[in-house]
Design a protein. Structure first.
Lengths: 112, 111
């Protein structure tokens, strides 16, 4: 089941611009992850942020987490054509089943 | 009317047994996937099938064998289960080039 909500559902920007995607979730979490899915390929893990962290960086990626608003954002700076993909957030639950729940994804298209 | 379903949701079994996890999608998608969620909770692709043909086969032990009787089903059979196989396994499906829809996951515990 997919309970997270990414927004926007689709985003087109010019190469070189920054892309921001948002994710909202419903229940308290231990951590939140962002994944990228290139066309026809499997998911690739990008970054994990824990509930006690507010911001995390990895290369051109910047993730923020606001647990009071139950939301996260993924910023990709200086976008490239290769960044064209779908981006998913995934949250764990505080249940003991240890599963993660995916949002529906944001489809990002980088225009040349 | 669940889009992607997996059975069972929980599976507890002894080491050395053979077990299967089933996945079905009613979305009319051509491509289906199996992922393993590791101990750090990261998802890693195991297999991908497109129209019953194997597309992606990452480095997984050959004890794991996917079977796709039709394009709506992709089952995962595991032989000679080991302790390290304990994990949550996710099935997903998509149209070519489109985003994936995930099943609820199957938590496998090997004792």
């Amino acid at each position: 089941s997919q309970q997270g909500e990414e927004d926007p559902q689709a985003l087109s920007i010019q190469e070189g611009e920054n892309a921001t995607m948002n994710c909202s979730y419903k229940t308290s979490i231990n951590n939140l992850q962002w994944y990228r899915q290139n066309s026809g390929r499997g998911l690739v893990h990008l970054i994990l942020i824990r509930s006690n962290e507010r911001e995390k960086h990895s290369g051109r990626l910047r993730v923020t987490l606001d647990t009071s608003k139950k939301s996260s954002s993924l910023l990709i700076t200086a976008s490239r054509a290769a960044d064209t993909a779908s981006y998913f957030c995934a949250t764990d639950t505080l249940n003991r089943d240890d599963k993660i729940i995916f949002g529906k994804g944001t489809r990002l298209h980088i225009l040349p | 009317d669940t889009a992607v379903s997996q059975t069972p949701k929980y599976l507890v079994t002894q080491m050395g047994n053979d077990k299967s996890i089933k996945c079905e999608q009613n979305l009319g998608h051509d491509t289906m996937y199996w992922y393993k969620q590791d101990s750090k909770k990261f998802l890693k692709i195991m297999f991908s099938y497109n129209n019953k043909e194997l597309i992606i086969n990452e480095t997984v032990p050959n004890r794991f064998s996917p079977k796709s009787p039709d394009k709506a089903h992709l089952n995962l059979h595991i032989n000679s289960l080991e302790l390290g196989d304990s994990a949550v396994y996710f099935c997903a499906s998509s149209l070519p080039g489109n985003t994936q829809y995930f099943g609820p996951g199957t938590r496998l515990t090997v004792l």
